[in-house]
Design a protein around this ligand. Structure first.
Ligand SMILES: NC(=O)c1ccc[n+]([C@@H]2O[C@H](COP(=O)([O-])OP(=O)(O)OC[C@H]3O[C@@H](n4cnc5c(N)ncnc54)[C@H](OP(=O)(O)O)[C@@H]3O)[C@@H](O)[C@H]2O)c1
Length: 237
């Protein structure tokens, strides 16, 4: 298995939750890490908490110039992990669809990921990787939110397209079930139980369990264009 010793790993969305856990795990595996997110206070605090020379840099993935400057400053690196996400993501039922508002809600998770890939490729190592983040609502849509399912598919599709377009740089996607980041903990116990009670593994995953999948995809030098599900078996029920 390829090691991460001596590599440089960039995590956009690394201020909190899954991204922070990926940065911590990559650092533990020997990588130098750069974490990025949109709020200066949060990303600086995350880098300070990581310690070990971790760099925290502000980037707003809704803004192409910000993304370009972020990668210019990052310089050459090996692996990009993209976990940036906003939470205004439940688009509502078909009958009430607000198309313009829905387009705006794709700015961080989808267009942000596309912007990141565009500028990452200028700095990334030929044997490096890009790992995006999707969600199980793509595969288990819920009534009243058809665009949420469609939107969740976009990052998986983007990863597959990037795998062809950017080869030999690898590109993959981690598809998350309910992962107990600070955001998700804020949903409250009843809602969390509602999402997890019927799973083969009837609980939310930890951010550390989610991070394992990203570490695997960084190290798996013959894996590209794939989606790895971290969902407690949710795709089976
Ligand atoms: N946790 C789950 O159960 C779950 C399930 C399915 C999918 N997902 C997806 O997985 C990703 C990570 O989830 P999480 O639970 O770890 O969420 P999180 O803790 O909210 O992490 C999202 C990160 O994105 C950053 N961010 C938000 N807007 C940004 C922007 N415009 N530019 C750059 N960074 C931005 C945030 O930091 P700043 O506020 O500093 O920008 C934050 O660090 C998200 O895309 C989420 O939608 C999560």
């Amino acid at each position: 298995m390829a090691k991460l010793d001596g590599t440089k790993v960039v995590v956009i969305g690394g201020a909190s939750g899954v991204g922070y856990a990926v940065a911590a795990a990559a650092q533990e595996a020997g990588a130098q890490v750069v974490v990025g997110s949109s709020q200066a206070g949060r990303i600086e605090a995350a880098a300070a908490k990581l310690g070990g020379g971790a760099q925290g840099v502000v980037v707003d993935v809704r803004d192409e110039a910000s993304v370009a400057a972020f990668f210019e400053a990052a310089g050459p690196f090996d692996h990009l992990v993209f976990t940036a996400g906003d939470w205004g993501h439940f688009f509502g039922p078909t009958r009430d669809l607000d198309v313009e508002a829905s387009k705006a809600r794709m700015e961080v998770r989808f267009w942000g990921a596309a912007r990141a890939a565009k500028y990452a490729i200028r700095q990334i190592a030929k044997d490096g990787s890009i790992t995006l983040t999707g969600g199980m609502l793509a595969h288990r849509p819920m009534p009243g939110m058809p665009l949420t399912a469609a939107s969740a598919h976009t990052t998986e599709g983007l990863a597959m397209g990037l795998a062809r377009d950017l080869a030999p740089v690898r590109a993959n996607c981690v598809c998350l079930g309910l992962i107990m980041s600070e955001q998700v903990q804020g949903m409250g116990e009843a809602a969390i139980k509602g999402f997890t009670a019927n799973l083969p593994l009837p609980r939310g995953g930890t951010v550390e369990e989610a991070a394992e999948a990203y570490l695997y995809l960084m190290r798996a030098t013959y894996v590209t264009g794939q989606v790895v599900r971290v969902d407690g078996g949710g795709s089976l029920v």
